[in-house]
Unconditional design. Structure first.
Ligand SMILES: Cc1cc2nc3c(=O)[nH]c(=O)nc-3n(C[C@H](O)[C@H](O)[C@H](O)COP(=O)(O)O)c2cc1C
Length: 291
């Protein structure tokens, strides 16, 4: 489901009421919804009041309007009102959008009277941001990257996905000086990250995934030129692009990923993270309707 449902509140509420009746009550699980802000406080309030009457147990408010891009700072003006309406109705309220880490979420929750927060972008950069300050708080990038590499090797994670996430986790300067962009496979990336103790395992995973002899983009281009010197374009071009997105299993909603030129050029969003976020949301109150 997408943010389009924000403009068809009757349909949205019908879907939620049905989910509550047919799934929530039947299987004794909570149903939650995640929405964006509407343009005016009044409009958002009316919608939240209606949503709370459907029998949902949780509501996440992404503190951006449908028109706002994710690069625009989240706005908090309507947050207290949303929290108040939810509390009155006995519905748990989570806020989302530009939350940096656990301490920030706790502060925002207390300042605006909501029950907690949901974090996406910052968690992709540093999954340890959920660690409480009493247990050491967020870890530095080297520790995060090491833990991530251990997990990625353990599950033989797809190489392209691992490289994409490493690029989120490492500071840009480090990526440049260590040559992350040129990393061809697990073995190579372990070397450039000084993870010498993981190199042997990395070789095994590369062999399993077939990334042992992976070519760089420049090498791929040179090879393509050699086999197709006329530079004829592949008939499959359009399809190939689409397949790329499907392979990533991209699940963003229309509002979360506006289809402007600039957004299209941004780095791909791998499926693992979308799944992770959905799982995270479902952990709180499952299942969820996301808009
Ligand atoms: C990698 C990634 C995957 C996401 N997948 C979903 C999704 O499947 N459904 C959804 O409603 N929002 C999804 N979002 C949007 C987030 O839930 C969130 O609303 C948005 O990123 C704003 O929060 P943030 O500032 O903490 O990133 C995703 C965000 C990221 C970064």
């Amino acid at each position: 489901m997408g943010a389009a449902l924000l403009s068809t509140p009757d349909l949205l509420c019908n879907i939620l009421s049905s989910l509550v009746r047919e799934v929530g009550e039947k299987y004794e699980i909570g149903i939650s919804v995640k929405i964006r802000l509407l343009k005016t406080e009044e409009e958002t309030k009316t919608l939240v009041e209606r949503l709370c009457k459907t029998g949902i147990t949780g509501l996440t408010i992404h503190c951006r309007t449908r028109e706002m891009r994710k690069t625009e700072r989240a706005i908090r003006e309507q947050l207290k009102m949303v929290g108040d309406v939810c509390r009155e109705a006995g519905v748990a309220c989570l806020m989302n959008g530009d939350v940096d880490d656990r301490a920030h979420a706790e502060k925002l929750a207390s300042d605006y009277g909501v029950d907690g927060g949901m974090i996406a972008t910052a968690a992709e950069k540093n999954p340890s941001i959920f660690r409480p300050v009493s247990e050491g708080g967020p870890a530095g990038w080297k520790e995060v990257v090491r833990e991530y590499m251990i997990a990625a090797l353990d599950v033989e994670n797809r190489w392209g996905n691992t490289k994409f996430l490493l690029a989120q986790m490492m500071p840009g300067k480090e990526q440049g000086s260590r040559g992350l962009g040129q990393a061809r496979n697990y073995e190579h990336v372990c070397q450039i990250l000084d993870l010498d103790d993981l190199v042997e395992k990395a070789k095994g995973v590369d062999a399993l995934l077939g990334t042992t002899e992976r070519l760089t983009k420049a090498e791929q281009k040179a090879q393509a030129k050699a086999t197709n010197p006329q530079g004829q374009k592949s008939k499959q071009k359009g399809n190939g692009k689409r397949k790329g997105n499907e392979e990533r299993g991209h699940q963003e909603t229309a509002a979360d990923e506006p289809t402007t030129k600039r957004q299209k050029q941004e780095a791909p969003q791998p499926d693992a993270n979308a799944d992770y976020l959905t799982d995270l949301h479902q952990d709180i109150v499952a299942p969820a309707v996301v808009v």
